[in-house]
Design a protein around this ligand. Structure first.
Ligand code: RIB
Length: 353
């Protein structure tokens, strides 16, 4: 299905005018604006005239949602994800939705399509719509992109990674432990020259997975060859280019750990393009299970994230924050599972921590 991609510009980021904007323009208090909007009792003609002029100029419409929100009637939560086509996020959203529905909330979903500007458009729109809270899987990891949202005090829960060191609730997984389990498995199968295709190292998820890879090699007394680590941008094309670079080495690795689902697809494609066999020529383990991982030939060994539980836990965290806005920040780390099939060379399938 063709994706219609509307270029999102900064103009799209115009935020719906608020009652505060009207008060500033009319040079009156917010309370005076409210009184004029409610009929003007007790407000002089001159002030009422200035308020009505400001309302017209700003094209301000009283946000019924804001009133409902104050009255505790809003039952909508905004969810913004980087890429709706990525099965990792679709499963996360399913977990969010089911937990919210069980609590009587509905969900408004925004697909940022990996575009920070589009992500900001969704965040400002959801805020203007007056959602009760927002669950965000960030496209970017730069905190400055989210500080304004935090300043509005809209309850926010992050999934997968938290941009910078923003003080928000977060649900993620034990990335390093998951990576260690994958590398240890390859070592136990006899591999001593193991490559890594990493995501961008400014993302905490990529840093932690790389750390786990290095820790396990070091624990086994194996060298950390710089040429064995390639960056793949967490995208399919990046995984493809990174695997080609590893295969072009004078002494290519006999096994590769790939740090996310999209890069794993690209890596497998590069291996097959060379006419090489998995696992005989190159064993492979990918981070993230996928719906069709056991349908690949050979079936793919993965580090599986509890994606549904990630979403459900994030929804429960947000609901708890709605009940208790000043509760302490929570960082919840869920465990991954090594799902052994046969792309690593083992006689799978088995599943373990
Ligand atoms: O594409 C989704 C994957 O990238 C998941 O591993 C998520 O953690 C991100 O790293």
């Amino acid at each position: 299905m063709a994706r219609i991609r509307r270029n999102v510009t900064q103009d799209d980021l115009e935020i719906t005018p608020t009652i505060k904007d009207v008060a500033e323009r009319a040079r009156v208090s917010i309370a005076t604006v409210s009184r004029v909007l409610a009929g003007g009792d007790g407000v002089s003609g001159e002030l009422a005239k200035r308020v009505r002029a400001a309302v017209r100029t700003l094209n301000y419409h009283p946000n019924r949602n804001a009133r409902n929100l104050r009255a505790g009637k809003i039952r909508t939560v905004g969810v913004v994800i980087p890429n709706i086509e990525n099965p990792f996020f679709t499963s996360v959203v399913r977990g969010i939705e089911n937990a919210l529905q069980a609590a009587g909330y509905t969900l408004l979903l925004g697909d940022a399509d990996e575009d920070p500007v589009r992500e900001q458009l969704y965040l400002s729109t959801l805020r203007a719509e007056g959602v009760a809270g927002i669950i965000l899987a960030p496209v970017d990891d730069k905190p400055e992109g989210y500080e304004e949202l935090l300043s509005t005090r809209v309850p926010l829960v992050a999934i997968d990674l938290s941009p910078g060191d923003l003080s928000v609730d977060l649900v993620t997984v034990a990335n390093a432990r998951g990576a260690r389990a994958a590398v240890r498995h390859l070592i136990n199968l006899g591999h001593t020259r193991i490559g890594l295709i990493s995501g961008p190292l400014h993302f905490s998820t990529a840093q932690e997975r790389r750390a786990g890879y290095e820790q396990e090699l070091t624990a086994a007394g194996l060298p950390l060859g710089a040429d064995l680590v390639q960056l793949g941008a967490f995208r399919e094309a990046g995984g493809h280019a990174a695997m080609r670079a590893l295969l072009d080495l004078p002494e290519p690795p006999t096994a590769v750990f790939v740090a996310n689902n999209l890069m794993t697809l690209g890596a497998i494609k590069a291996i097959h393009e060379r006419g090489l066999r998995i696992p005989d020529d190159v064993a492979i383990i990918g981070f993230d299970d996928m719906p069709w991982a056991d349908s690949l030939q050979p079936p793919l060994t993965v580090v599986a994230q509890p994606t549904y539980e990630l979403g459900a836990t994030a929804a429960r965290l947000l609901l708890a924050r709605l009940r208790e806005p000043e509760r302490p920040i929570r960082r919840i780390v869920l465990e991954t599972a090594l799902v052994v099939r046969s792309s690593c060379g083992a006689k799978g399938p088995t599943t373990g921590p």
